[in-house]
Design a protein around this ligand. Sequence first.
Ligand code: PLP
Length: 501
Amino acid sequence: MTFASSSSAAASLTRTAASRAQATVLRRRGFGTYPGQPSGPNVLTSSVPGPKSKAVLDDLNQVGDFRTAIVALQYPKCKGNYVVDADDNTHLDMFGQIASISVGYRNEELEKVARTEEFAMAAMNRPALGVFPPVDWRATLDAGLRKDSVRPRGLSQIFTANCGSTANESAYKACFMAYMHRKRGHSDFDQKTMASSMDNAAPGAPTLSMLSFKTGFHGRLFGSLSTTRSKPIHKLDIPAFDWPAVDWPALKYPLEEHEAENRKEEERVIALVEETIEQWETKAPVAAVVVEPIQSEGGDNHASPHFFRRLREVTIQKGVYMIVDEVQTGVGATGTFWAHEKWDLPTPPDAVSFSKKMQAAGYYHTEELRPSAGYRNFNTWMGDPARAIQAREIIRYIEAHSLVSHTASMGTQLHSILASLSSRYPTLVQNLRGKTEGTFQAFDCETGKERDALVAGMRKRGVLVGGSGERAVRLRPLLIFGEKELEIFAETLEATLKEMA
Ligand SMILES: Cc1ncc(COP(=O)(O)O)c(C=O)c1O
């Protein structure tokens, strides 16, 4: 029985029974048989984008800046791991809408929920959650975003937001407020403080800073952009806060072969963090450090659990909050639900931000990061119940199909394929990253030019992968990426490498 026929036969079963049936078939067959998805890529045009995609994008470009667009997609025709473009080319999607699709295109279980009264109500009657939350908002949160199996350990509170940048910015604001509250020792504001805040001047608008890491990425709004240090193109001409950034550890790969020197490099960076916090104490005290578990946009730069444990130690010693930005690493892709779970931190971070694969955005935080009064960290929507329901269903699907452990085991297979290609094409596939990080893997080409040629060569053959940093190829398959897709990826990469070598 194919998965597709079993799912239609199960239409009359309860949702739980249907999920159980699906899980069994998926476990038996792997995700190569994701129901109804194409059997492989199929590129019909001589170039990608083809003429129809080009026409759609040219037309769009008349009314807005779409120069970044790769191809135009026909979303109704996309399925599982595959997308179909305007020219009817079918692509295996290993980029996932910039790492944001988790459980597949046109996922039938999710679309069934989208057709319910509950979802229609939430989507078409969007509340201003901070002032008129639905009576069941707590229940929606507790069944999804705040579920015990999902909520990071030690973080009882949640702030829902609209995207990764707003999640981070809101977390920054919470840290600044908590920092000043601690310094002041009380929550009253005198007249001078209140009046100066209206002039953007101290003491009401104090000179404080956020510390981030060079080559990191945390978003594109004013506050988050000031902590983003990946590429000038994001930052040019935008006024920025004068905030400190320290080196990211320059590790050698494979990590397990360079443990001693990498440890030394990480200790150098930890010392830099300490020094920087001390030096900025008189200039603009550091209220918080923001860090990605794996620098993603910046080129898939890793650090060890030891580094993050040391960072936590230093932030605690110095009285500085620690925000872990899991916007890209979160929700299963690294083989654990949160990437920071692998660090075994003695004390949880103060905040963990999320977006992308969760489809809903926000941050989890400690009680200490609750502002002293309402409206201090606030906006009109404060998130979106429709997205929270979507997140709840994504989580349910991930758990019903054990997609986190599935992704961990697919990662092991993916890594061994990359390792074998690396030994045969050492200049084009080098510095493999993510051996123990599920399918969140990457490698470098010798140059940026070669990387771009490799990404284009894969695309021409119907496999979408992304670039990041200066010369990295990053893989961001969906959580339903299976053995059949892995085979197709390996064949396509090998054909591309052969052509390039
Ligand atoms: C680690 C990280 N933080 C924050 C962001 C910003 O998210 P958004 O583009 O949704 O504002 C991104 C986006 O790529 C990201 O990768």
